[in-house]
Design a protein around this ligand. Structure first.
Ligand SMILES: Nc1nc2c(c(=O)[nH]1)N[C@H]1C(S)=C(S)[C@@H](COP(=O)(O)OP(=O)(O)OC[C@H]3O[C@@H](n4cnc5c(=O)[nH]c(N)nc54)[C@H](O)[C@@H]3O)O[C@H]1N2
Ligand SMILES: Nc1nc2c(c(=O)[nH]1)N[C@H]1C(S)=C(S)[C@@H](COP(=O)(O)OP(=O)(O)OC[C@H]3O[C@@H](n4cnc5c(=O)[nH]c(N)nc54)[C@H](O)[C@@H]3O)O[C@H]1N2
Ligand code: SF4
Ligand SMILES: [Mo]
Length: 738
């Protein structure tokens, strides 16, 4: 398992002096950069501040940005290597057309645009507007997410627009809206440092949000207790005071059992529950029978540990609960989230210093990207596309007739299913790589092959793009101005450090040109990103995610502004709910009665093991970006199957022996990695690889009924040892870096 560098010195020790850490004086051995640009890392939701060094319109290195309040200069292994994607030889610089049987060839922008627009018109003319779908992504800035939402509805006129956050944070979003009426972490991470108890549910913080570790460890340094709920003893789990190794798919039983204990021992904030909450009686009733014996049997966590968690959580004066995909990637992801929120509300520890709750958003703009209207059911400001008042407000801002605004469309995986059924015939995608990231990718491949036309906008030829008829070379994050919103709810400025190289264009200019050619020019007259942001501000005004009072200048002057920020003289809101005015219709925070139910697929005699999937520190998502950076590849060159030594012994599996993982969808083969840090009934495989290495060959397409998130975290599998050794890790590394 990778260990984590936490300081500049350790990173240098680990990666060698070739990295561009700030030299004491000047830039010995190198030219002075032309420019040092203060911006943010393009990868995860921490959105660490970073300074990019620019020379001759190329990003040539980086320096820590020590004044930025969240990460104070700290960066993780991906952050220190991110600049290397800027001059990468694989960078797409020309529009391309795929010729059947021959591969891609360069075409002019004019020919590419012409073909895209004529195919959109042909398909929509023949099959109807909704037969052309769009997929978007939240590595994009707020401006681009907003633009894509408007483009799909106003220029493409389709209801079928969704985004990659559907695979990520939608369970949390739905849960937050139900409980609080608003979807954002309740506090800035500054409030973590004096929390008496921190509970981390289903998040591998040290590998996925490395710079957040610092804030959590401050709480521990201040005497706080750390509880980690994860079927694996992850690096953050190893520093925890209590690790609850839950059986995958059983979280709501665990939090229900803890709530049962809080009620039994009267560790409740009765005033808060009475004055500011509704639904407590339902929540109480649902967990009445969840005693410790039942909980131990169901969750696989010992009674003692569950009771200990309740004993620390219950009477604490301050606390913070954070969760991520470990509890959200489930067919009951929303229920898991609500059962966590019940624990926060029962103790009234929210909206006060050092008391908070939140989901840790995944992609760079996982937070902002889920607010501004490129979800199939959403309009900007986190408005609801089915609410007549919301529709009217946005139609007024956009200057369109309400009857011309499409309704709710299909979600990401459902779009693939509809393509497979022949209902959707055309697709445009930007910033999404479904061939690697959607579950059950046999279906995805089959669907992509059935499309009559597919156009992809990306800067690398990702695995999905290989099915594209037209490939449009778009821009990297550092090639456009804009904003993102970090996991804390802090809206920050992304700066253009360089221009797109060669014939590549900015994502924005590509979308604007398409809108124009589709005859919607008058709705898309934006001169620059700031103009898009200014329209977004108005469109979000009065919505729950209100950005109206945020300006580019204000963000720069303050190194970020926390939404909601309704007016220009408003300072922003780092800590929500101090006023106790929740955004639900009755103004109260809502408990929910959560009755435990099993995951979509349970083990049986034929499929006796649980498979769960996730991440490693050096790779990011579908790997399009990080599998191209040598040092990151060397750190973890190939996917491994984590298995407990006792389980391995039962199957006769040796270290690095190839093991076939078989599920009802298919099979995939991995070298075994024997680790004592995983439950004996569970195996884990990271998902960042395509093709035969992809674990999404075997995952299930079952979805949460409310959020429509896939159940990436549980399926039932067989393990079949292959009796062959994989090459040694040194051989694999040499191969990977050759
Ligand atoms: N290095 C790296 N960092 C990233 C990313 C990346 O790809 N690579 N991606 C970013 C994105 S988009 C996201 S969404 C986040 C994801 O961040 P996380 O959610 O922290 O990461 P995951 O690895 O998906 O899952 C977290 C943990 O859930 C555990 N788990 C599995 N099943 C269960 C279960 O049933 N219950 C509980 N309680 N835990 C379970 C796994 O063992 C795993 O350790 O990371 C972000 N940061
Ligand atoms: N089995 C399994 N599967 C999973 C998960 C899991 O835990 N297990 N996690 C899920 C989660 S949480 C997520 S978020 C998804 C992510 O899944 P995806 O969103 O498909 O993954 P990415 O690698 O981010 O793909 C984004 C593509 O966007 C491109 N891109 C990045 N930035 C930009 C930009 O600024 N402009 C343009 N034009 N393109 C850009 C990249 O080059 C890449 O090709 O995967 C999901 N899939
Ligand atoms: S923690 Fe996330 S934002 Fe920060 S450097 Fe690492 S990948 Fe980038
Ligand atoms: Mo994610």
């Amino acid at each position: 398992m990778a260990t984590l560098p936490v300081s500049a010195e350790q990173i240098i020790a680990r990666f060698g002096p070739s990295l561009n850490f700030p030299p004491a004086q000047g830039y010995p051995g190198r030219d002075e950069p032309d420019e040092v640009v203060k911006t943010h890392c393009c990868f995860c939701g921490m959105q660490c501040g970073i300074k990019l060094l620019v020379k001759n319109n190329r990003v040539v290195g980086f320096e820590p940005w020590e004044e930025f309040p969240f990460n104070e200069g700290r960066l993780c292994p991906k952050g220190v290597q991110r600049y290397l994607q800027n001059n990468h030889p694989d960078r797409l610089m020309e529009p391309m057309e795929r010729v059947e049987g021959q591969g891609f060839r360069n075409v002019s922008w004019e020919a590419a645009f012409e073909r895209v627009v004529s195919e959109i018109k042909r398909i929509q003319g023949k099959y109807g507007n909704d037969a052309f779908a769009m997929l978007s992504g939240v590595s994009l800035t707020n401006e681009k997410c907003y633009l894509n939402g408007k483009f799909a509805r106003v220029a493409l006129k389709t209801k079928n627009l969704d985004y990659n956050g559907r695979l990520c944070m939608v369970s949390a979003g739905a849960g937050n809206k139900k409980a609080f009426g608003l979807d954002r972490a309740s506090n800035s991470y500054d409030d973590l440092k004096h929390a008496e108890v921190i509970m981390l549910c289903g998040t591998n913080v040290s590998e996925c949000f490395p710079t957040l570790t610092h804030w959590i460890w401050q709480a521990r340094d201040n005497g706080g207790k750390l509880i980690v709920v994860d079927p694996r003893l992850t690096p953050i789990g190893r520093t925890a005071d209590l690790h609850l190794p839950v059986r995958p798919g059983r979280d709501s039983a665990l939090y229900g059992a803890i709530l049962h204990q809080l009620i039994k021992h009267d560790w409740l904030d009765h005033d808060f529950i009475r004055d500011h909450c509704s639904g407590f009686e339902e929540a109480k009733k649902a967990v009445e029978s969840y005693d410790l014996d039942w909980a131990e049997r169901t969750t696989g966590v010992t009674k003692e540990k569950i009771l200990q968690a309740a004993k620390w959580w219950g009477p604490a004066k301050t606390s913070f609960l954070l969760h991520a995909r470990g509890i959200e990637h489930h067919t009951k992801g929303v229920e898991n989230v609500l059962s966590c929120i019940n624990l926060v509300l029962a103790t009234g520890r929210i909206g006060k210093p050092y008391c908070g709750y939140g989901t840790i958003t995944g992609q760079g703009n996982g937070q902002g990207g889920r607010e501004h209207g490129h979800k199939c059911d959403q309009l900007p400001g986190n408005r609801d596309i089915e609410n007549p008042d919301h529709r009217k407000y946005i139609c007024d801002v956009w200057g369109i007739n309400e009857k011309d605004l499409p309704g709710k469309g299909l979600t990401a995986y459902e779009i693939m299913e509809a393509i497979d059924r022949g209902e959707i015939k055309g697709l445009i995608s930007i910033c999404f790589n479904p061939m690697v990231s959607l579950p059950n990718n046999h279906l995805v491949k089959r669907a992509l092959e059935k499309l009559e036309f597919y156009v992809c906008i990306d800067f690398f030829l990702n695995e999905t793009a290989r099915h594209a008829n037209i490939m449009l070379p778009g821009s990297l994050q550092e090639e456009e101005e804009g904003t993102t919103t970090s996991a804390e709810g802090r809206v920050i400025r992304i700066r253009q450090a360089v221009k797109p190289p060669g014939n590549a264009r900015t994502d924005t200019s590509i979308i604007l040109e398409l809108a124009k050619r589709l005859g919607a020019e008058k709705y898309f007259t934006f001169a620059n990103s700031e103009a898009i942001f200014n329209e977004l501000r108005v469109a979000s005004k009065g919505g729950t995610a209100d950005y109206n009072g945020i300006t580019y200048k204000k963000i720069e002057d303050n190194m970020g502004i926390f939404w909601p920020c309704p007016t220009e003289d408003h300072p922003g809101t780092p800590r929500l709910w101090e006023d106790r005015k929740f955004k639900t219709p009755d103004g109260k925070a809502h408990f929910h009665g959560i009755a435990y139910r099993d995951p979509g697929e349970v083990t049986d005699a034929e499929y006796p093991m649980i498979l769960t999937t996730g991440r490693v520190v050096s790779q990011f998502l579908s790997g399009t970006q990080t599998r191209r950076i040598g040092k990151l590849v060397q750190q973890y060159p190939e996917p491994l199957l984590e298995i407990h030594p006792k389980t391995a012994a039962k199957y006769g599996i040796k270290e690095r022996e190839l093991v076939k993982v078989v599920t009802r969808r298919g099979e995939a083969e991995y070298p075994a990695q024997l680790v004592e840090t995983i439950r004996e009934d569970t195996v884990f495989v990271p998902y960042h690889w395509p093709g035969k290495k992809s674990i999404n060959q075997v995952t299930t397409g079952l979805l949460d009924p409310i959020s429509k998130i896939p159940e990436f975290k549980v399926c039932a599998c067989q393990l079949v040892p292959q009796g062959r050794q994989a090459p040694s890790s040194e051989e694999a590394q040499a191969y990977a870096s050759a």
